[in-house]
Ligand binder design. Structure first.
Ligand code: BV8
Length: 247
């Protein structure tokens, strides 16, 4: 349903608790490829859903570790975009804003959002694949696009280090999940920004909020089919749409 923008502006002004639920599309204008985009360079012939799994890591640790090191390197040279900044600024004028992201980058934090809930972990953390102890690994070598890099060994048990992200087939962090569910149950407005809604259980969060009586506004470069009342689709790049809606 295409709501008149002024009614959506009213909803933002009157909201007590806004839940902002983001996916890879919110970072697209920062130059970070989304999951659905063809992987760039030498990764083009790899399927992220094969690489982003424990099985993919066990099968070829150097290829998976190299991919994540390359992605970390890319992230260090990227900046938050207007969408991240509009979301961060929202917290100055709404009593409560909760940001729940599927993304593993730190662009919401670098734009100024606090207490961001990461359902799929973080590209910037590392832990041991075996003993699960956290580890610090600099992105010192500049991995070439597509370079395979042997993962470092754990200082405690000698196991292989892995990125601190949630892979397909792995459980989401329980605390993050519970906090996201609680936010969905108490929000009165949900902005769903830049997600294809294909990955579960994360994709349940906007639905939970809608079932709790919230109004859901999708922001996406593609129209999102909206079947119910209290659901709207705004089409366009998140940076432009959010600057207009939240400006
Ligand atoms: C689990 C970290 C169980 C890694 C990622 C039903 C219930 C539960 C599970 C399942 C289920 N069905 C299937 C499953 C399994 C699986 C799953 O969902 N598979 C999918 C593919 C069908 N789920 C899991 O495996 C999850 N774990 O269920 O565990 C369990 C329980 C107990 C014990 C053991 C196991 C774990 C899933 C987490 C996977 N990890 N990321 C990494 O990043 O390398 S997911 C990955 O996809 C990213 O996090 C990404 O964010 C996420 C979702 O994708 P999107 O964010 O939506 O990005 P996408 O590219 O798809 O879309 C971008 C959108 O933006 C598009 O709509 C585009 O139009 C739009 N856009 C583009 N540019 C812009 C824009 N919009 C606005 N402005 C723009 N400029």
């Amino acid at each position: 349903m295409a709501a008149r923008p002024d009614t959506l502006h009213d909803l933002v002004e009157k909201a007590g608790h806004i839940l902002v639920f983001t996916g890879a599309g919110v970072s697209a204008e920062s130059g970070i490829a989304t999951f659905r985009d063809a992987l760039t360079g030498l990764w083009a012939n790899n399927d992220p859903q094969q690489l982003a799994t424990p099985e993919g890591f066990i099968a070829d640790p150097a290829r998976v570790w190299g991919w994540y090191q390359w992605r970390r390197q890319q992230l260090l040279s990227r900046e938050p975009n207007a969408a991240h900044r509009a979301i961060a600024a929202l917290a100055q004028r709404v009593p409560k804003v909760t940001v729940v992201t599927q993304n593993v980058d730190d662009l919401h934090e670098r734009a100024g959002s606090d207490a961001v809930i990461h359902l799929h972990g973080s590209l910037l953390t590392t832990r041991c694949f075996d003993c699960e102890k956290p580890a610090q690994v600099p992105v010192d070598e500049v991995p070439l696009d597509g370079a395979a890099i042997t993962p470092p060994s754990c200082g405690h048990c000698g196991g292989m280090l892995r990125p601190g992200v949630v892979w397909f087939g792995e459980a989401l962090p329980e605390d993050a999940w519970q906090r996201a569910v609680a936010a969905a149950q108490s929000a009165d407005l949900v902005l769903v920004v830049g997600t294809s809604g294909l990955v579960y259980p994360a994709a349940q969060i906007p639905q939970l909020a809608w079932e709790g009586g919230a109004t859901v506004v999708h922001v996406n470069t593609e129209p999102v089919p909206v079947a119910a009342e209290r659901e709207h689709s705004l089409v366009g790049p998140a940076g432009e749409v959010l600057a207009e809606l939240l400006g």
